[in-house]
Design a protein around this ligand. Structure first.
Ligand SMILES: Cc1cc2nc3c(=O)[nH]c(=O)nc-3n(C[C@H](O)[C@H](O)[C@H](O)COP(=O)(O)OP(=O)(O)OC[C@H]3O[C@@H](n4cnc5c(N)ncnc54)[C@H](O)[C@@H]3O)c2cc1C
Length: 391
C-alpha cells in the first residue's frame, strides 16, 4: 500500500473513531445537555450530517452507477438514501476500507459465542418464553410477567424486544410510557421490511465466483421510492449471497445454498395486504431476476428446498413493529438524543436496547446499544462511569 493511501486510511479511521464512534455511537443521551453542548455541536457540524446520503455522495461522485453503488447501502439499515442523513455514508466507507467480515458458522456462531460467555459469567437463559408485561409500580420496574403468568421479580429490567412494540404492549403503565404513548408510537417513521428467500441447490455453482452479489433494478431510484411509498415492487433490486462459498460446512459437499434478500415496504406503508399470493409473487420476481444473472440460468430447476421470510414473519416471530426489519427509521429527527434512549425517562430501573433505540440498527450497532444499556445500569447501580471501547 502506498504511503498516501495508508495516510488516507489512517485519517479516515481517526475521523471515524473520534468524530462518530465515541461521541455519537458509544454513549446514551440522558439529558438535553448531553447533546446540546459545545463539543457535540462542533462534532455535528464537522460531520456535515444535515445533508442526505444521496446529496453528499452526488456532491463528490458524478458517475450514476458509482453513485448508486455507494448510496443504496443506507438500505442496510432500512432507510432511503434520499432521506437517510449523510452520516450513513459511513456504511460504504467502512465496507470499502475494512471489507466485509464473515464469522465461520454464520451469524448463529456469534449468538452461540455470546450465549457461552453469558453462561460462563453466571447468567441464566430461558428460551421459548414469551414476556407479556414489564411489571412496574410507582414508576419503578420490578420484574416481568410471562405469557404463562409466571412472575419473575428483579432489581432491574433490560428490554431487548423492539422498542415501539415493547412500549405499546409490554409497558402498560401509562406514566412509565412518558411521551411514548400509543399515538406517538404510531406516528413515528419506520424502516422498510425485507423479503428473504433461502434456496437449497442441487449442485455446486462453481461458475459463480462472488459470495456477495447485487442485482440492481433497471431504475433504482424508482425502486427505492416505491419501497417507501408502499407499492408492490415490479422490478425489485436484490442481494444474492452464497455463504457456502466461504464456509462449505453450510451446504452438503456437492451442493450450494443461496440467500436472496430484497427490501420491501413495511406492513403499514404497504398499499396491499401481504398474503400467500404476495409471497409467491416476490418469490417468482427474485427467481426470474436471478435466472438472468450469468451462472444462475438453471437456478429454478436446481432448487431442492426453499423457505421464505416475509414481513408478517418478522412481525409474528420477532415482534418487529409493523414488520419493519430495522426498527425506527434513523432520520435526523429520530437520531441521537431524539430517538428512544436506553434509560427509560419515566421509569426507574428500566432500560431498553436494540435497533429502535440509540444508536440504531445493524448487529455491531445493536451491540453498542447493549453496551450503552449496561453502562447506564452500572452508573445507576454502582456509580461506575462509562468507559469507551478501545478500538
Ligand atoms: C434480512 C435481514 C438481514 C440483515 N443483515 C444484516 C447484516 O448483514 N449485518 C448487520 O449488521 N445487520 C443486519 N441486519 C440487521 C440486524 O439483524 C438487526 O439490526 C439486529 O438483529 C437487531 O437486533 P435486536 O436485538 O434489536 O432485535 P432482534 O434480533 O429481533 O432481537 C429481539 C428479540 O426479542 C425477542 N422478543 C420480542 N418480543 C418478545 C417477547 N414479548 N418475549 C420474549 N422475547 C421477545 C424476539 O423474538 C427477538 O429474538 C439484517 C436484518 C434483516 C431482517
Amino acid at each position: 500500500m502506498s504511503f498516501c493511501i495508508k495516510k488516507l486510511v489512517s485519517l479516515l479511521f481517526q475521523a471515524t473513531t473520534s468524530n462518530i464512534i465515541e461521541p455519537f455511537l458509544q454513549r446514551g443521551f440522558r439529558k438535553a445537555s448531553d447533546f446540546y453542548n459545545p463539543n457535540m455541536l462542533l462534532q455535528t457540524l464537522r460531520l456535515k450530517t444535515f445533508n442526505s446520503a444521496d446529496s453528499m455522495i452526488n456532491h463528490f461522485i458524478t458517475n450514476p452507477r458509482l453513485r448508486q453503488v455507494l448510496s443504496f447501502q443506507t438500505l442496510y439499515i432500512g432507510i432511503s438514501p434520499k432521506t437517510g442523513p449523510s452520516l450513513y455514508t459511513i456504511i460504504p466507507m467502512i465496507e470499502w476500507l475494512y471489507g466485509v467480515w464473515f464469522i465461520k458458522g454464520g451469524m448463529y456462531a456469534m449468538a452461540s459465542g455470546m450465549k457461552r460467555l453469558f453462561l460462563e459469567l453466571g447468567g441464566q437463559i430461558c428460551c421459548q418464553k414469551t414476556v407479556e408485561e414489564v411489571l412496574i409500580a410507582d414508576q419503578v420496574a420490578k420484574g416481568i410477567k410471562l405469557a404463562d403468568q409466571t412472575v419473575i421479580q428483579s432489581d432491574f429490567v433490560i428490554v431487548n424486544a423492539d422498542f415501539p412494540y415493547a412500549m405499546k404492549h409490554l409497558v402498560t403503565d401509562k406514566k412509565a410510557k412518558g411521551k411514548y404513548t400509543d399515538d406517538k408510537i404510531d406516528q413515528m417513521s419506520y424502516s422498510c421490511s425485507c423479503f428473504v428467500l433461502y434456496l437449497g441447490l442441487n449442485r455446486k455453482y462453481d461458475q459463480v465466483k462472488n459470495v456477495h452479489n447485487f442485482v440492481f433494478s433497471n431504475d433504482l431510484d424508482d425502486n427505492i421510492s416505491a419501497i417507501f411509498e408502499g407499492k408492490l415492487l415490479e422490478d425489485p433490486s436484490f442481494y444474492v449471497y452464497m455463504a457456502s462459498k466461504l464456509d462449505p460446512s453450510l451446504a452438503p459437499s456437492d451442493k450450494d445454498g443461496v440467500y436472496l434478500l430484497t427490501p420491501v415496504p413495511d406492513l403499514e406503508t404497504a398499499q396491499y395486504d401481504w398474503t400467500d399470493k404476495t409471497t409467491t409473487y416476490y418469490r417468482q420476481r427474485l427467481v426470474d431476476g436471478l435466472k438472468k444473472v450469468p451462472g444462475f440460468e438453471t437456478v429454478e430447476e436446481d432448487i431442492v428446498c426453499e423457505t421464505a421470510m416475509t414481513p408478517p414473519d418478522f412481525l409474528k416471530r420477532f415482534n418487529a413493529y409493523r414488520g419493519a426489519c430495522f426498527g425506527l427509521q434513523p432520520t435526523l429527527t429520530q437520531s441521537n438524543h431524539l430517538t428512544p434512549q436506553s434509560k427509560a425517562k419515566n421509569c426507574e430501573r428500566l432500560y431498553f436496547t436494540g435497533s429502535s433505540t440509540h444508536p440504531g440498527a445493524g448487529v455491531p450497532i445493536v451491540l453498542l446499544s447493549a453496551k450503552i444499556a449496561v453502562d447506564e445500569l452500572l452508573l445507576d447501580d454502582l456509580g461506575i462511569e462509562p468507559q469507551p471501547l478501545s478500538i
